[in-house]
Design a protein around this ligand. Structure first.
Ligand SMILES: [Fe+2]
Length: 392
């Protein structure tokens, strides 16, 4: 693990609620911020600032804006951001965007030491010492990845997904102002909302769940069930606020547990078939309900045993308002369809066995270990083929 000279013992400061973006002024004052490195998305930044004071707050400081393009963060994206970061002395890093934007800002700070080497670190986990890195403020514009409250960041090297995990990746401040999501397009609300719901569910059944993580998951699931559909179809401010909170809580939950099989399977669906992250995760979530509910002592991964896992799944069914795992699967499929997300893998380009095999080849094995029930290659094949309508 990387050792830190900056203070990583202090807790993350979280501000939640409409208007909390104003907290940025206090943060600027506290850190005497004069020169800010600002990481944003391309369009989300302009649309999110319409309903907030963000633009006028930022006008009080000098900033260098780095726009992150693309649907995920590649090593080349990070190296390009680092080359800009290295040209000046910044006293604060601010990320305004979805999960990939916040992840990029976390990684810029993490690898800001000129002696660090991203590729060496990813391939060999060669540790380095992080010194003098400026504080990081994360403002999510989607609801969402929860990246603003996690110590993970996703990055791709040569099309392979890596999850960097280190306490020092955690931002110093998370400002979750739902007003930043009021102009989020419905398609983004749908995909990011399913990410939040999936993360809450996966965290609940994770082998690493505990009382605290389950408390966050429980509240997150209930909020998502209440507000996700309305957030997408009507975009009401109340629903957007509800989903902002659901996403924040799900982020806190996975920061304790990490994610499980639906996330592990999702990454190749994004890299090979271009499916947005939350949509890609949700595609197999229902099938994993049924798979995990069938656990027994021979294939259980959770040290608390198969009966414990079965009870957990029943509790999630209850939170979703469903009487069984099959009912939960069906409800999730209908929910996805009602918010405009395709559920048939063939329609996103998985049309034959070779496509299924290519996905399985790139599945993140590490995240599969957190899944409460083992997943063999045959299990994965069966799940994916079924989602393709049983192609042969
Ligand atoms: Fe996610």
């Amino acid at each position: 693990m990387v050792s830190m000279e900056i203070d990583d013992s202090k807790p993350l400061n979280i501000f939640f609620g409409p208007g909390t973006v104003d907290q940025l002024t206090n943060i600027f004052n506290r850190h005497h911020a004069k020169n800010v490195f600002l990481v944003t998305g391309t369009q989300s930044f302009d649309s999110c600032t319409a309903d907030s004071n963000l633009t006028s707050i930022l006008s009080g400081v000098k900033f260098n804006r780095h726009s992150h393009q693309g649907s995920y963060t590649s090593t080349e994206d990070l190296e390009s951001a680092l080359s800009v970061f290295g040209t000046d002395e910044f006293d604060l890093i601010i990320a305004v965007g979805g999960g990939r934007v916040i992840d990029l800002a976390k990684l810029v700070r993490f690898f800001s030491n000129p002696e660090s080497n991203v590729r060496d670190y990813l391939k060999n986990q060669i540790p380095f010492r992080l010194t003098g890195a400026p504080p990081l403020v994360a403002l999510p514009t989607t609801a969402g990845s929860g990246s603003e409250v996690t110590q993970f960041a996703v990055i791709y090297l040569d099309n392979l997904k890596y999850s960097v995990s280190d306490r020092s990746l955690l931002p110093d401040y998370a400002i979750v102002d739902p007003a930043l999501t009021f102009n989020m397009p419905a398609t983004v609300a749908a995909s990011s909302g399913m990410d939040a719901l999936s993360q809450a569910i996966e965290s609940y059944w994770s082998t690493r769940s505990n009382t605290e993580s389950r408390g966050y998951s429980r509240e997150s699931i209930l909020l998502a069930m209440q507000f996700l559909k309305e957030s997408v179809l009507e975009g009401s401010r109340e629903a957007r606020e509800g989903m902002a909170k659901a996403a924040l809580l799900a982020g806190k939950a996975i920061n304790i547990t990490t994610t499980t099989a639906p996330h592990a399977i999702s990454y190749p669906l994004t890299t090979i078939h271009g499916v947005p992250h939350g949509h890609a995760v949700a595609l197999t979530l229902g099938a994993l309900f049924v798979h995990n509910a069938g656990v027994d002592e021979d294939d259980v991964n959770d040290a608390r045993g198969a009966a414990y896992v079965k009870k957990s799944i029943s509790e999630i069914n209850e939170l979703l308002g469903c009487p069984s795992d099959i009912a939960s699967r069906n409800m999730l499929r209908e929910l996805m369809q009602s918010i405009g997300l395709e559920t048939d893998l063939r329609k996103i380009g998985v049309s034959n066995r070779a496509d299924v095999d290519a996905i399985i080849e790139q599945i993140n094995v590490e995240r599969l270990r957190n899944n409460p029930r083992d997943l063999t290659r045959d299990d994965l094949q069966e799940i994916l083929l079924e989602l393709c309508g049983g192609i042969s």
